[in-house]
Design a protein around this ligand. Structure first.
Ligand code: UT7
Length: 333
């Protein structure tokens, strides 16, 4: 994917925020019929973070964004474009990005949300990159933020053990240098699988009523087994395809930042790619699945812990409700 005018879009800052409240597997075993052992062996998750009742998705997004701005050395006023990936907006509208813009005291720049579930961050990053290359925006704030606890059915053991809250952010910058930063991205979706992972109520199909609430239709519904199988397939296909398109081999990848849904999905990906688990960033044990926030939170941790160096090839790969999938290959600056 050659960029016009010899320009590239690089990651110039990374940040994240996770709420302080920790919900452990043992805590959950007091709420539903489950156990630490079941959750750990089936998913790898030990604990997750839960936002305060009055803490919104945009509150978390703004905190992660402030960190990313500090990391980049830029100010909110330098940002020309703001996009938030989320399935848990503060409100159906206005979009969450507008709340973030207000909280950061930013200029009146374009601000909108992207809804691609757990693939949301990579979708958001690719939309920002394309707009920067075509419209000349110099710096974009790209955020993945979720308050999944607000759409979790805390009586459903098949889903409530999986999810957590948090936000991750990156600053993207346009540079006059070809072949650096985001080298290649891909996005895909299979709309024939909308029913296996969704929040069926509260939208135009079933507006909220007493009955939809009583039936918990405003919470996450998932056929875990089905999602698992497709996840392994599309994650592997996406990783292989993006490496092939960019002319790299799996062994060239310095670190993989996969969507943090389930250790077993990540292990299957590692095996198919022939990349050791030591080259995968995993933090789902501490945060669970935070949907669109999962990749940028993991990216921020890897960056801050010194696991990513200039010149490294970083592979981001995700799948999520839709079903959607996406991957991005980044040459770190
Ligand atoms: O970002 C995308 C979001 N979604 C995902 O990533 C989900 C992908 N899927 C998964 O990660 C896995 O399918 C799960 C972790 C959700 C479930 O693991 P599984 O190995 O596919 O288990 P299962 O659904 O086949 O259930 C096995 C058993 C069932 O009991 P029976 O029918 O065998 O008696 C479940 O009722 O485990 C039972 N079960 C539980 N037991 C204790 C389901 N949830 C729990 C639980 N604690 N929390």
């Amino acid at each position: 994917m050659s960029a016009p005018n010899g320009k590239s879009v690089v990651v110039s800052g990374v940040g994240s925020y996770t709420p302080p409240r920790v919900l452990t597997n043992d805590d959950l075993s007091k709420m539903v019929e489950t156990s630490d052992e079941w959750i750990r062996t089936r998913t790898g998750i030990r604990e997750r973070r839960i936002a305060a009742p009055d803490e919104t998705t945009s509150d978390m997004a703004a905190k992660a964004a402030a960190e990313a701005l500090a990391d980049s050395g830029l100010k909110a006023a330098d940002i020309d474009l703001l996009i938030v990936g989320t399935v848990t907006p503060d409100m159906p509208f206005p979009n969450t990005a507008c709340f973030v813009q207000q909280k950061l005291g930013m200029g009146k720049v374009p601000a909108f949300d992207v809804e691609a579930a757990c693939s949301g961050f990579i979708y958001t990053m690719e939309i920002a990159r394309s707009l920067m290359l075509t419209n000349g925006y110099r710096h974009a704030l790209v955020i993945g933020a979720e308050k999944l606890s607000s759409i979790t059915n805390w009586q459903d053991r098949t889903t409530c053990v999986l999810f957590g809250d948090g936000a991750g952010a990156t600053v993207l910058s346009l540079v006059d240098e070809p072949g650096v930063g985001i080298l290649q991205s891909l996005m895909g979706a299979d709309g024939t699988e909308t029913g296996i992972l969704c929040v069926p109520g509260g939208g135009s199909a079933s507006p909220s009523t007493v009955e939809t609430i009583e039936r918990s239709m405003h919470t996450i519904h998932m056929q875990g087994n089905q999602v698992f199988k497709i996840a392994v397939r599309v994650m592997c296909q996406s990783a292989v395809e993006i490496l092939g398109k960019a002319g790299y081999k799996a062994e060239d990848v310095s670190i993989v930042i996969p969507h943090q849904a389930n250790n077993r999905i990540i292990e299957a990906l590692a095996q198919r790619l022939g990349i050791g688990m030591d080259r995968f960033k995993i933090n789902l044990d501490r945060y669970g699945n935070t949907s669109a926030a999962s990749i940028p939170i993991a990216l921020d941790e890897a960056h801050r812990n010194g696991r990513i160096h200039p010149g490294d090839l970083v592979l981001l790969v995700a799948f999520g409700g839709g079903l959607t999938w996406a991957a991005s290959l980044v040459k770190w600056q």
